[in-house]
Ligand binder design. Sequence first.
Ligand code: ZN
Length: 97
Amino acid sequence: MIKWERLKKLAKEISGMDVEIYASTDVADEIISMVGIKENGRVDILLNMNRVKSADMAKQAIAHEITHAMMMANTHGPEFKEQLIVVENEVRRRYEA
Ligand SMILES: [Zn+2]
């Protein structure tokens, strides 16, 4: 079982942004998840449910996408990777809390 409400709550808390999580099976196979930021500042995360099968994958995907949103960056450079580690650890800690 994946604790979706908890994931949504922790994503909001960690990012300080208004996060919504969407799940779909109608997503290209190579995409695990994606993120978009609306003009009103809301962060929409889309998860490919053909790929996100476990709580661990959901945590990783959400950590990845909120890191993009927090950094306002689409790239995966060294700064992104550094920040991602911090966010992933925080996601894991809060998920189990
Ligand atoms: Zn990415």
